[in-house]
Design a protein around this ligand. Structure first.
Ligand SMILES: NC(=O)c1ccc[n+]([C@@H]2O[C@H](COP(=O)([O-])OP(=O)(O)OC[C@H]3O[C@@H](n4cnc5c(N)ncnc54)[C@H](OP(=O)(O)O)[C@@H]3O)[C@@H](O)[C@H]2O)c1
Length: 257
């Protein structure tokens, strides 16, 4: 039975991924929650509670729960994320610390603990949920600057993913970095981006739609793409893709760093 770990499974994309894997036969899902309690789980879901990815012990918490069940993992997806709005006039120290610890530092410690605990078998896959906002190449004058912590913490995650892919290559563990698409979630609503949900032809998708696309992408993801940065749903929701990369781009789209 394949075992899937979803880090950050309570809302948005993480919850969509949990539902998508739940619909697959013979799949067991471990879903982390930051709070100490969780909603009632289906038979093939185990919640790992009290996991704050911005804290150093997050990996230990996950390892101890999975080890206590005597399981190993086939797929690990780190989806947890936080977006704090900033501008040049109001950069925010505390928000930046939260974004970097959540997006770029936490994943290193979680993946390292899982691998060192031998919870990932050869052939397993690690997917780090980044964003096209982490691509330096895709930044373009049409969208301006600002949101330093959001963009830069995802750029740092991209670097982390590349380095981790090199560290676990000889174990035959594939590491992918993905932009899941622009989604109608609390994250985008919380920073006022819901005003763009319907702009330019309904570009924002539900987290369930994004999760379905990501799960299909993960099915095809293997060592041939390890250390790479991909947009499974292609360029349509990436406003700077055409101005920077040109027309007639494929789906899925490999993104530039
Ligand atoms: N939404 C988009 O358009 C978009 C675009 C590109 C990339 N992404 C990326 O996609 C991922 C999911 O985004 P989303 O829109 O689904 O976000 P969301 O709706 O705001 O959900 C965020 C999830 O992350 C968890 N989380 C946040 N901080 C955490 C922490 N310190 N420790 C543990 N869990 C934590 C939340 O748990 P709680 O319930 O405990 O808060 C929640 O489950 C993020 O990495 C995001 O950067 C999103």
């Amino acid at each position: 039975m394949p075992n899937v770990l979803i880090v950050g499974s309570t809302r948005g994309l993480g919850q969509g991924l949990l539902k998508a894997y739940l619909s697959r036969p013979s799949t067991h899902i471990f879903g982390t929650t930051r709070s100490a309690s969780s909603s009632e789980a289906a038979d093939n879901v185990t919640y790992v509670t009290g996991v704050d990815v911005a804290k150093e012990n997050a990996g230990d918490e996950i390892v101890s729960k999975i080890k206590s069940r005597g399981e190993t993992l086939d797929i690990v997806i780190v989806s947890a994320g936080y977006f704090g709005l900033e501008s040049f006039d109001s950069p925010d120290w505390a928000k930046q610390v939260q974004m970097y610890t959540t997006s770029s530092i936490g994943p290193v410690f979680i993946v390292q603990k899982l691998v060192k605990a031998d919870l990932l078998k050869p052939g397993s896959k690690i997917i780090l949920v980044s964003s096209e906002s982490g691509s330096i190449t895709l930044r373009h004058e049409s969208e301006g600057g600002g949101n330093y912590g959001h963009h830069a913490s995802k750029a740092a995650l991209n670097m982390v993913g590349k380095l981790l892919s090199l560290d676990v290559k000889d174990k035959n563990i594939a590491v992918g970095i993905v932009h899941p698409s622009f989604m109608r979630t609390e994250m985008t609503k919380g920073v006022g981006f819901d005003k763009y949900w319907d702009a330019g032809g309904d570009i924002a998708v539900t987290p369930d739609e994004a999760a379905d696309s990501l799960v299909k992408f993960i099915d095809t993801f293997d060592m041939s793409k390890t250390g790479q940065y991909w947009a499974p749903r292609g360029p349509s929701d990436i406003g700077t893709a055409e101005p920077v990369l040109g027309k007639d781009l494929p789906t899925p789209l490999q993104l530039p760093w």
